[in-house]
Design a protein around this ligand. Structure first.
Ligand code: ADP
Ligand code: MG
Length: 275
């Protein structure tokens, strides 16, 4: 093996190198290089490498792999924290048979996240209890797991936040954040009608995201009733025009899952009483 000459150490480093134990110096360097998994694992992996007679490149490779796996896990956790989901739901617990109007193949395709890279939108429509929020949370979680930035909020909460930010003169900052996430999830559009200002502020956010990022909206109202939420026909028309330009619609018109399961529960209780 040819020896590569070591670069001349800086005087301060030279001094430190002579007085500080190498393990301490190494931990310091690894921390500065932001390699926490190296710090934690290098001794253990060295022992394993010695046992397996793995050479230096293989030893380094194992450490690099561990660091990358850990880094990805931390990144996904950070995405999930920043999304502010009210709770975590996934498609593992979603019963597609209970919602036959929903296109299962499309939903599973959406869970792969490519629609977000393509800056398309998703609108889930259906009455209360049909799993719209569950599906939205699951799609949001899937996006986080792909490393994409997500923000989850209800339409009413977002309008409230926008109005508050406007009053406190930090509207631009909030708008900038809302425009920057890859996926904005707006749950429950339609339950609460907005004031004229509220509707305009929400319209502005959605316009700013047009063709720049994906938006997922859930609503209990069919499109022709959205005017009742925004107040203005002109605004609603312009909004729908932008939102539905590149859109996947999820029709969730089945029975309420809550109602169906409580009915099943009661039925079971009844049949338990039978002699
Ligand atoms: P919506 O947002 O349409 O009103 P939710 O998503 O809040 O409905 O669903 C109500 C409850 O029923 C939630 O706890 C949700 O997890 C559950 N749920 C709804 N649909 C399904 C389904 N198809 N499979 C499993 N759980 C479901
Ligand atoms: Mg809901």
């Amino acid at each position: 093996m040819t020896e590569t000459p070591m670069p001349m150490p800086l005087p301060a480093m030279e001094q430190a190198a002579t007085s500080v134990p190498p393990a301490v110096l190494l931990a310091n360097h690894l921390k500065a290089l932001k390699l926490p998994t190296f710090v934690r694992e290098y001794e253990k992996v060295a022992l394993e490498a010695a046992q397996d007679r793995a050479d230096y490149p293989r030893y380094l490779l194992r450490l690099c792999e561990l660091e990358r796996i850990d880094r990805e896990r931390r990144m996904v956790e950070r995405r999930i924290r920043m999304a502010r989901f009210p709770h975590t739901k996934s498609f593992d617990t979603f019963d597609f048979a209970a919602q036959p109007s929903l296109n299962k193949a499309l939903v599973l395709e959406l869970a792969r996240g490519e629609w977000i890279e393509q800056r398309r939108n998703v609108i889930a429509l259906g009455p209360s209890g049909t799993g719209k929020t569950h599906a939205a949370l699951a799609l949001g979680l899937a996006a986080c797991q792909k490393g994409l930035s997500v923000a989850f909020t209800t339409a009413a909460a977002l309008v409230h936040d926008l109005m508050e930010a406007r009053d406190e003169r930090r509207l631009r900052l909030l708008q900038k954040h809302l425009a920057s996430v890859k996926l904005l999830i707006l749950d429950e559009l339609g339950y609460v009608p907005f004031t004229a200002v509220g509707g305009e502020l929400l319209f502005e956010v959605l316009s700013q995201r047009y063709e720049r990022g994906s938006t997922l909206i859930t609503s209990n109202l069919p499109f022709d009733e959205w005017t009742s939420v925004f107040g203005s026909e002109r605004l609603t028309g312009a909004l729908l025009d932008r939102l539905t330009h590149h859109v996947h619609i999820l029709e969730m018109n089945g029975e309420s899952f809550r109602l169906a399961s409580s009915r099943k529960h009661h039925k079971n209780k009844e049949s338990c009483k039978m002699p």
